[in-house]
Write a protein that binds this ligand. Structure first.
Ligand code: 2HG
Ligand code: ZN
Length: 473
């Protein structure tokens, strides 16, 4: 955990604390450092100490808080479960951390309008299970979905595995109600699935990482629930064969729901914490050099045929083994293996830089081979896995932060990965956002004109710059 020194001294006066006590009585306010520490960290393993933590239950409290914060110049850092990987929820400059977790009501689910209205603190997986009972489907599925919230997902434009077919969180946000610094309430978008009146303010909030306003209500688009799904897991003797197999799936005209891959190091790491179905040897030099996991969905009667088409497309790459799962009970163990990769990577070393670059789909082979070559050059473990179907590659650079030489080599790796990504026409972040870990690199990708426009927009929403400072562009 890296503690950010800038945030250790509280900027709150006794009068500020009296105001917060009045607005957030009882357990609504925390100022005890031991309790607050957890609200200063997220999954980036960076941390800053909040000056205070508040837990609003109502929009009225949010309005009062943001009116006061702007008048007093107090930084405000909204957060939910802190599953973000780039430090977006870390109070880099101290300030009052606003936990949105108590605003967790599903206000409406409408199977005629195909939309739902929710408060930001609703947990994503719980929401999906709820709408599923009504034969409705909310597709975005970030790996953190069992604990992360819809508000956090919208603030970060969370991606996930089903993005290949269904898109990312942005594609499901119809409307946003948010409170701005100064206490103004903004209603953007609404319940219609199409809307071209004015600029698309709702989508502007998506992925803005709590820098423009704090959500109090989200209107989300729903789909009819597909009748069934099926999964294929295939292991290959080379990375090239796996990547070629994936291309064949698209060439065959199949649009999978999800198309994920694991490289040899990822497969090895998973094998260290779980029995794996692919051929491997304990020293990491096993026969399996890459694994693909694909999902298809649709009507139950069509699934078996769809599975054989996927199998046919992969056949040319001569899989070492191929497992099929029909329906959630058979599929879940296969997806569990994929989800284990993020923690499994720590079997290779105590620390990691977790990148989530994305390249145009046609450049994935060059990208993955290039990232692995960079790791080999620097003599450091580079693990590649993730959302192959979107060209969104997780590049985990594993190192020991206590060792200065490894720290320097990990940084050199990260920068070489970024340079290669940009040279292939890619982006530094496909789904985790820039937060504080990638913030300094944003000018590598965005020009001065674009950054000036973004800064201008930020200034309109938040003229005093109090909302989540240090997370801009
Ligand atoms: C995933 O797809 C997540 O598993 C986490 O986005 C990736 O830990 C990571 O770097
Ligand atoms: Zn991911």
């Amino acid at each position: 955990m890296t503690q950010l020194a800038t945030s250790l001294v509280s900027g709150l006066t006794p009068a500020h604390l009296r105001f917060l006590e009045g607005l957030f009585p009882g357990e609504g306010l925390t100022v005890a450092p031991a309790e607050m520490a957890v609200y200063g960290a997220d999954s980036s393993r960076r941390a800053g100490m909040p000056w205070a933590v508040v837990r609003p239950r109502t929009e009225e409290q949010m309005v009062e808080l943001l009116r006061w914060a702007q008048a007093e110049g107090v930084p405000i850092v909204p957060r939910a479960r802190g599953t973000g990987m780039s430090g977006g929820a870390v109070p880099a400059f101290g300030g009052v951390v606003v936990s949105c977790l108590l605003m967790d009501t599903v206000l409406d689910v409408d199977s005629e309008d195909f939309c739902a209205e929710v408060e930001p603190g609703v947990v994503t997986a719980q929401f999906q299970a709820l709408v599923q009972k009504r034969k409705l489907f909310y597709p975005p599925d970030p790996a953190s979905l069992k604990i992360s919230t819809l508000g956090g997902n919208v603030a970060t434009c969370a991606g996930g595995m089903r993005a290949v077919k269904y898109g990312v969180t942005r594609d499901y946000v119809l409307g946003v109600r948010a409170v701005l610094p100064g206490g103004k309430i903004v209603n953007a978008g609404g319940r219609t699935h199409k809307n071209v009146v004015g600029l698309d303010l709702a989508r502007l909030f998506v992925g803005s990482c709590g820098t423009l306003g704090i959500f109090t209500k989200l209107t989300l688009k729903l789909l009819p629930l597909p009748e069934g799904s099926a999964t294929v897991l295939a292991a290959f003797g080379s990375l090239g064969e796996a990547l070629e197999g994936a291309r064949e799936v698209f060439r065959a005209g199949i649009l999978p729901t999800a198309m994920e891959f694991l490289d040899a190091k990822a497969c090895w790491g998973i094998g260290q914490i779980k029995d794996v179905p692919w051929p491997a040897s304990p020293d990491g030099e096993g026969a399996t050099k890459a694994v693909l996991v694909l999902k298809v969905d649709g009507s139950r009667s069509a699934l078996a045929a769809e599975l054989s088409r996927v199998e046919g497309a992969l056949a040319g790459s001569t899989p070492l083994c191929l497992l099929k799962g029909l329906g959630p009970a058979e599929e879940e163990p296969l997806w569990e293996l994929r989800r284990l990769v993020s923690p499994a990577v720590f079997r290779l070393g105590p620390d990691k830089l977790g990148e989530d670059v994305a390249v145009p789909r046609g450049r994935t082979v060059e990208a993955v081979e290039g990232f692995q070559a960079i790791g080999a050059e620097q003599g450091i473990h580079v693990v590649c896995y993730g959302h192959l179907g979107d060209g969104n590659i997780h590049v985990n650079i594993v190192y020991d932060a206590a060792d200065a030489d490894q720290r320097a080599r990990a940084k050199a790796c990260k920068e070489a990965v970024f340079r290669l990504t940009l040279s292939l026409g890619g982006t530094l972040s496909g789904e985790h956002g820039t937060g504080i870990t990638k913030g300094p690199y944003v000018p590598w990708q965005l020009g001065e004109e674009e950054r000036a426009l973004m800064a201008g927009i930020k200034g309109v929403f938040d003229p005093s710059g109090i909302l989540n400072p240090g997370k801009g562009w």
